[in-house]
Design a protein around this ligand. Structure first.
Ligand code: G3P
Ligand code: CA
Length: 331
């Protein structure tokens, strides 16, 4: 059955729960997403990879040794392997080698146990969720609370999965349509660090698209073309105009908007927000985290102040590991 979602306008800046409320629960679990809803996030961000049987699941990467208990499961010991993904070698267990049924026997664990020790209390409790389960969670939350919270899925390693005949975009577009998000004003943004899959999605869905811009490097799919440019060139005024032909905004590493100086202190805003707006693009920034090791030196202990500086710089959206902090900073 097709779900109907009413159009909704969120007052900027939107608060995007980065991998759920991942500062307080193991990332990419229904518990992390649920807590983000309770904290007042406007959007929930699931990173998407895929199973052997073509089901979209929520993990930051397809290697699952770091965020699940797969290493302790003797029945999967033989699945440990090495793979090259987007030019880098990884050793571990990979979602595309597991059916959904197999993946559902695993339990999530905290990625950063030394930094987020309290979260390890939840290790072993939560399943790896599917993207469809996230859409159902949001649908149920809408019915229960009367509040619409959006979804902000990221396609991970699009070229890699496409080359093994497991394209993420096929089930993604199907779910976007079935759950009522195939509209320009629907509460959804689809993001990618690659460019060609966003251009392809532009032809397949009306949902809004976000070009991610990493701190260094370039879109992986450009390695398959003659394009030798970098992400930095893609956020030049000319690059932003190019992005505006297929996407609705950029999701940038936050130093592009306010760089840090050599001492690690937050400096002055760059021209990026102004340049992007001239091209009609939204600017969403990542990632805000509460812990001092992630904060500018001059703002240690003040995660809200960091966020306020970015709001003052004119950003339209904030990816936050602790949505409660971003909601409070926004006021
Ligand atoms: O998608 C925005 C931000 O999450 C990008 O970085 O690596 O955390 O997915 P990553
Ligand atoms: Ca992401």
């Amino acid at each position: 059955m097709l779900t109907i979602i009413a159009a909704i306008t969120f007052a900027p800046p939107i608060v995007i729960a980065h991998r759920g409320a991942s500062g307080e629960r193991p990332e990419h679990t229904l518990a992390a997403y649920q807590l983000a809803l309770e904290q007042g996030a406007d959007f929930i961000e699931p990173d998407l990879v895929i199973t052997k049987d073509g089901v979209l699941v929520c993990r930051h990467e397809n290697e699952i040794g770091t965020t699940t208990d797969v290493a302790a499961k003797s029945e999967f010991a033989a699945r440990k392997t090495k793979k090259e993904i987007d030019g880098k070698t990884f050793e571990g267990w990979f979602t595309e080698d597991f059916t959904l049924k197999e993946l559902k026997t695993l339990r999530a664990k905290e990625r950063l146990p030394d930094v987020r020790k309290a979260n390890t209390a939840y290790d072993g409790q939560f399943e790896v969720p599917t993207f469809e389960e996230v859409l159902k969670l949001l649908r149920d939350w809408r019915k229960k609370s009367g509040k619409t919270v959006g979804v902000y899925p990221e396609t991970k390693h699009s070229t890699y999965f496409g080359m093994m005949d497991l394209p993420l975009e096929t089930p993604l577009v199907d779910l976007v349509k079935r759950y009522g998000y195939d509209k320009k004003d629907a509460p959804i943004f689809i993001q990618s660090f690659e460019q060609s899959n966003l251009k392809g999605l532009r032809r397949r869905t009306k949902a809004r698209l976000i070009q991610l811009i990493d701190a260094v490097g370039r879109p992986f799919d450009w390695n398959l073309t003659e394009d030798k440019r970098t992400y930095t060139q893609l956020v030049s005024p000319g690059g932003l105009t190019e992005i505006s032909m297929y996407a609705d905004g950029v999701g940038v590493y936050k130093d592009y908007v306010i760089p840090r100086n050599a001492e690690g202190n937050l400096g002055e805003p760059s021209s990026l927000v102004r340049d992007a707006k001239q091209s009609g693009l939204l600017v969403h920034v990542w990632t805000f985290r509460n812990e001092d090791q992630f904060l500018p030196k001059n703002l240690a202990g003040e995660p809200e102040e960091e966020i306020k500086r970015f709001i003052a710089a004119g950003v339209d959206g904030l990816f936050a590991d602790s949505p409660a902090t971003a909601v409070k900073a926004r006021g």
